[in-house]
Design a protein around this ligand. Sequence first.
Ligand code: KIV
Ligand code: ZN
Length: 511
Amino acid sequence: MSERVYIFDTTLRDGEQSPGATMTPQEKVRMARQLETLGVDIIEAGFPAASDGDFESVRMIAAAVKNVQVAALCRALTTDIDRGFAAIKDAAHPRIHTFLATSELHMKHKLGKSPREVMDMARAAVSHAASLTTNVEFSAEDASRSEPEFLAAMCELAIEAGATTVNIPDTVGYAQPAEFAELIRFLLGRVKNSAKAVFAVHCHNDLGLGAANTLAALAAGARQAEVTLSGIGERAGNASLEQVVMALRTRPTYYNLETSVDSEQIYPSCRLLSRIIGMPIPPYQAIIGRNAFAHESGIHQHGMLKDRRTYEIMTPQSIGRAGTEMVLGKHSGRHALKSKVEQLNYRLTDEQIDLVFAAVKELADRKKQIYDDDVESLILENVFRIPDKYRLKYLTVLAGNIEMSPSANVLMEIDGKEAKVSSFGVGPVDAAFEAISKLTGKKPELESYLVNAITGGADAQGEVTVRIREGEKTSVGRGSHDDIIVASALAYINALNRMAKKEEERECAAL
Ligand code: KIV
Ligand code: ZN
């Protein structure tokens, strides 16, 4: 009989802390629903005390999902814990996750506290959390660089005070697999009440060992893995969910451990995340990258044709990469769209379905077959788009390979008022961006510009992702259209809208 490992997904908290990965509350709710479908056990929804926006997102997620625990991260302070619990109290299965650093370095230089004071703080925080819910997790931040005997004493007191999960984070990605496994074995043996709690691990990827350290710890007896989709997270990221889950699944006799994750939902989940945060999945990324199941060399292809197992240790189907899909077209009705939307796991109101239906019809006039990715893209554009300060009304460009400067004519609506301008540029995209900058009075630095074909064929929709910067502030925007110049303009305007929205929130918070 294999033992169960709990999957704690922190894409929406640690993942969102990764530069440029900010999501709107609606996008977080969409991601949370997908994580529920994926079958994770716990979703860490955010850090409610960090801002009103974070509080609201956590509250919305707690209300939206039912078959998964929802955790709120809180510092070891009564005020944080009260605020965190207020955000999740209506969840079907709430969890308070409180943390405090235990390494000499962090206690002395970050907290300015003695080990005794840290122990008292942790005891008080966990007891307070346990007075609110029976589901409490305590994390010993920077555990892998903490003095092991002190760490064991901290785990023991946290369990005594009511923690049902104790987490041993490798906060700075410093640990090595064998050493980290040894630490877990030591703690399980040394902490007297260890049987009363689940031991968790949370490994960062600074040396590229996040998944390796997590797996080593699970083999040593930890039973909760804290992971993120595609490994996004602070600095170099966190252990990736797909790598940990698929290693356990592909090597069942080695680990003898199982999870409740539906592996066929892995690729759709990572793909959705990539769409939302506007960061493409790198081609060489393990499991989910475009090349992960591509076979180029003749010898490999020959082997694959004889027996796939020669060069493939798992199938693309097992992570949900090659399913058959029902495509929509010009003649598909509202009913077909509604069931497609449900199948894609969105819960839209009738008015939202109407919006998407109109967009599907418009696209179907120009494109024969509408795939799942097209529909998803139209939903993200039409429903999850934040209320716009800037809107594109029309765009025409003149460009070609004869001697002339490419130009763009742009008509926009800015705070409800129409304005029009023409501009020149190095190419048609540059000309369009120049025109938008003139109209909005915003000239951010364009940090990145990426074009992707959403689906195959010459009539594929182009999906453009841009990242812009104004001083310290960055923003990611996404746009899709079957004309890539229009998709580019939409992405640029979307990034400007997101930046304007963030500024508005900052101003409100300062009032
Ligand atoms: O990396 C870390 O230590 C954390 C804790 C808050 C669990 O993210
Ligand atoms: Zn972390």
